[in-house]
Design a protein around this ligand. Structure first.
Ligand code: ATR
Length: 294
């Protein structure tokens, strides 16, 4: 093995069709870096050995995806309690792992950064002060979105979820993460909530290819509302299509995937890369190939 080549990868179980190798491969080429980024299927019972033996595996770090984000947080917190960022501790999940200059394992959660960076790119004039954000869902992705808006200083975040208790638990758990007042509601409350929402975000997998659609009537939303979806396959979900027909600003899910990759690349390869139109086009083409069944 050539020791001068820095290697990272994404781990999951199964790892299937992760797009991270396309993203990091593009940046490695663009910056002329002697590095590699692959993907590895790591079984849950192999996770600890893998994460605590990164250098033995020839790696400088990795991204962590489903279903390992929470377990990776626990493993790395036990191994190096100071090595996990405050944000990752608040979320109880990590997606980016690296070795520091002393070879100790460290981790962060860049999903919050990825979501918010993409949101601001899609809605450049948007400001947080006084805003009410309505989030559909109360799973792992909802946690990152609540944290992002709350830390930016919106006034209110309401979690609307099929299982009300789950939304209530999440609102309680994240109450101290930022300035916003957090509340929970059942999906049946959406029409009334939308009438007083400035932002609507879908954090569920509804609307993704192969999943049931997300059937929501957007007509109660005010004309200035921004609608965001974390689903990126298809790129334009039915929710975003409906929002566009209403003339509302929209933010699609692909940019979150691209932006969350930036901090990891910077840690592993020493260059902070940019999310550019050519990178986006490359990943879009891959999604379209898959959507077309090719
Ligand atoms: P992730 O960690 O990726 O966010 P998750 O924890 O499985 O995924 O959360 C999925 C979210 O989608 C949940 O809020 C779930 O609602 P419940 O808490 O009631 O399970 C929501 N969801 C999934 N399928 C749904 C459906 N058919 N109708 C409404 N909500 C659904």
């Amino acid at each position: 093995m050539n020791e001068s080549i820095r290697r990272a990868c994404v781990i999951g179980w199964p790892i299937g069709h992760s797009r991270s190798p396309i993203i990091h491969g593009h940046w490695l080429k663009k910056h002329g870096i002697a590095g590699e980024y692959g993907k590895r299927a790591v079984k849950p019972d192999e996770l600890e050995e893998f994460l605590l033996g990164l250098s033995a595996h020839g790696l400088v770090g990795c991204n962590v995806t489903v279903p390992h984000k929470e377990a990776a947080f626990r493993i790395i917190t036990r191994a190096n309690p100071e090595g996990v960022s405050a944000l990752a501790r608040a979320l109880g999940a990590v997606n980016t792992v690296w070795l520091d200059e002393w070879g100790r394992v460290r981790a962060d959660n860049t999903d919050v950064y990825g979501f918010m960076a993409n949101f601001h790119e899609g809605a450049p004039d948007w400001r947080a002060a006084g805003k009410h954000v309505v989030i559909i869902g109360a799973g792992g992705a909802a946690r990152a979105v609540v944290a992002g808006f709350s830390q930016e200083g919106v006034a209110r975040v309401t979690l609307a979820n099929r299982t009300l208790e789950k939304a209530e638990r999440l609102a309680q758990e994240l109450a101290g993460i930022g300035e916003a007042a957090l509340a929970a509601a059942p999906l049946s409350a959406l029409p009334a909530l939308l009438a007083e929402a400035d932002v609507l975000v879908n954090t569920t997998s509804l609307g993704m290819s192969g999943q049931p659609p997300l059937n929501i009537d957007l007509s109660p939303l005010p004309d200035h509302a921004v609608v965001a979806d974390i689903v990126y396959a298809p790129l334009k979900t039915a929710l975003l299509e409906q929002a566009e027909l209403r003339g509302l600003s929209t933010v699609d899910g692909l940019g979150m995937l691209l932006h969350q990759a930036v901090p990891g690349f910077a840690k592993w390869f020493g260059v902070r890369p940019e999310v550019t139109a050519d990178l986006r086009a490359l990943v879009e083409a891959d999604i379209e190939r898959e959507q077309g069944g090719a």
